[in-house]
Design a protein around this ligand. Structure first.
Ligand code: BJW
Ligand code: ZN
Length: 264
């Protein structure tokens, strides 16, 4: 009981410290991962209950897998599209959207492909009477699951629930359509990762939430802020490779911690 009280007092102190750091910061970069959508009902990638618990990543999220078993890969993505369509942004997405809409100098960067930050941006902007939600749209490092992209001509279209008869094809060139996401071994959009690296280098605070920080180049962004003299605040259920470098490390669920940390 005493231990529990001590732990909760420490967490409270850490939340206040993180809150003060964010209030004083001029430029904030936020990097999110699958953990921020966990409480919306979307499984993370790694760990117990993760999307890859029963399959290795190379079986599904690689160009080779798509070439060899496109139907299996499409089946996985269609299942995830349906799942995501039934989910809503949580209090963590909402708090981040409000922060980016309220203050200058806040950039959201996400590894997630679920579009929940964008949905939160629209609803929070509406609630705040802000016409343009753009400031709270994240840089999407790994693409968007709800878009299709032609493997041959790169044409992007809204993803539809095709698949009833055979594999989906591009209306322009007939090439095989794929989800518009970044698989292992593929390069990220240079404009998007370039913009993310630029803000990571100039930010005085990097708030990292819900990522195992294992997948590069996304996982290198917090180190860029650190090396440039900024500080790190981490929100995660578990320790990661970043934890020892964080000024404040908050252990807990992002949907409950982010709204407490972000009050500015
Ligand atoms: C909670 C919570 C709650 C739970 N509250 N927290 C440098 C070194 C070594 C290797 C490389 C390197 N540079 C590049 C590479 C190769 C590779 C790579 O990084 N490999 C590593 C795994 C070793 N990277 C690439 O291939 C990238 N391309 C590239 O760099 O091109 C150039 C190049 C090519 C080849 C060689 C070298 C250079 C592309 C990476 C693309 C990643 N794509 C995926 C799939 C996207 C599509 C899809 O969704 O299907 O992106 S993989 C998957 O991992 C997905 C995620 O965005 C990404 C990161 O995962 P994330 O978000 O961290 O999730 P989890 O599940 O890992 O963690 C969840 C966390 O949340 C945990 O910590 C929990 O504790 C926590 N949590 N609930 C708070 N409620
Ligand atoms: Zn095409």
């Amino acid at each position: 009981m005493e231990r529990l009280a001590r732990l909760s007092a420490r967490l409270e102190g850490d939340v206040e410290r993180a809150n003060a750091i964010l209030k004083q910061a001029k430029e904030i970069v936020v990097l999110t991962g699958a953990g921020v959508s966990a409480e919306s009902g979307i499984p993370t990638f790694r760990g117990s209950g993760g999307l890859w618990r029963t399959r290795r990543p190379e079986e599904l999220a690689t160009p080779e897998a798509f070439r060899e078993t496109p139907d299996l890969v499409w089946e996985w993505y269609q299942w995830r599209r349906r799942l995501i369509a039934e989910c809503s942004p949580n209090a963590g997405h909402q708090a981040l959207a409000r922060l980016a809409l309220k203050r200058d100098g806040v950039t959201l960067i996400t590894q997630n492909v679920d579009g929940l930050h964008n949905r939160a941006a629209r609803t929070e902007a509406r609630a705040m009477n802000i016409a343009d939600p753009q400031a709270a749209f994240p840089l999407e490092l790994h693409g968007a699951i709800n878009r299709d992209r032609c493997s041959l001509c790169d044409r992007r279209t809204d993803g539809v629930s095709h698949h009833e008869s055979g594999l989906p094809r591009c209306n322009d060139c007939g090439g095989p359509l794929r989800p518009d996401v970044v698989w292992f071994g593929e390069t990220l959009d240079p404009v998007i990762i370039g913009a993310a690296q630029e803000v990571a280098l100039s930010a005085d605070v990097c708030l990292v939430a819900g990522t195992s920080a294992l997948v590069h180049p996304a996982a290198s962004l917090p180190s860029m802020t650190l090396r440039a003299g900024g500080v790190l605040i981490e929100v995660n259920l578990e320790d990661t490779t970043l934890t020892n470098h964080a000024e404040v490390s908050l252990k807990g669920r992002s949907a409950s911690l982010l709204p407490r940390v972000i009050t500015a």
